[in-house]
Design a protein around this ligand. Structure first.
Ligand SMILES: [Zn+2]
Length: 204
């Protein structure tokens, strides 16, 4: 009993460190970088940090996280990463309030969908057309698998063979290039055409 209580102290110190102001913007958390193997991710100083990144380890030590987690305050707008059409908006006990957008095709002609989980609310409905930067929901921690952390779990799904979709690394698809997180800016000219993404939460 006593030992269990003592273990809380380092755990709380780690949590406090994660939430320090300098950790909330402009970085991938150190705890996530340990799982990063290939892609070097740069988060601009005004962009919400990534508390976890995409990884997929097969074999005996199988583990995976098939999206990226973007942190922020409850109610922060979640925005469409590119123009598309809302094909699902629903809630389940594990991933909470969710939206799925059909994003058309990527530069290689593969169909792309994006999936947003743990939102506090959805602000779009099935059938809605959305433009890049348009709000689709708000940041929250709904669903048991959010772990209580207020964050957006964001996935990019690419059509594989036989019409099956599979998650790929969202950090590969930013407008400014793979690994180069690109904030949405309403004053910038954005490319039309094949799917290429801007950050799905607003930057400060
Ligand atoms: Zn996640």
């Amino acid at each position: 009993m006593k030992r269990a209580r003592l273990l809380w102290i380092p755990a709380l110190l780690i949590l406090a460190g994660c939430f320090s102001p300098e950790n909330q913007y402009g970085r991938v958390w150190e705890s996530a970088r340990r799982t990063q193997t290939v892609l070097d991710v740069t988060v601009p100083p005004n962009a919400p940090s990534q508390s976890n990144i995409y990884f997929r380890v097969t074999g005996p030590d199988e583990k995976e996280h098939l999206g990226i987690d973007l942190i922020g305050a409850r109610g922060t707008p979640v925005i469409a990463p590119a123009s598309g059409r809302v094909i699902q908006a629903y809630t389940d006990p594990f991933y909470g309030n969710q939206v799925v957008i059909d994003q058309g095709r990527d530069a290689n002609g593969n169909r792309i969908k994006t999936h947003f989980k743990h939102m506090d609310s959805q602000t779009v409905a099935v059938g809605d057309s959305v433009a890049r930067g348009q709000q689709i929901g708000t940041l929250g921690n709904t669903g048991a698998l959010s772990g209580g952390l207020i964050h957006l779990h964001y996935e990019v799904l690419q059509e594989m063979r036989y019409g099956r979709f599979d998650q790929v690394d969202p950090n590969l698809f930013w407008v400014d290039g793979p690994g180069k997180v690109t904030c949405y800016d309403p004053g910038r000219d954005w490319p039309e055409g094949p799917f290429i993404a801007t950050y799905p939460v607003v930057c400060r």
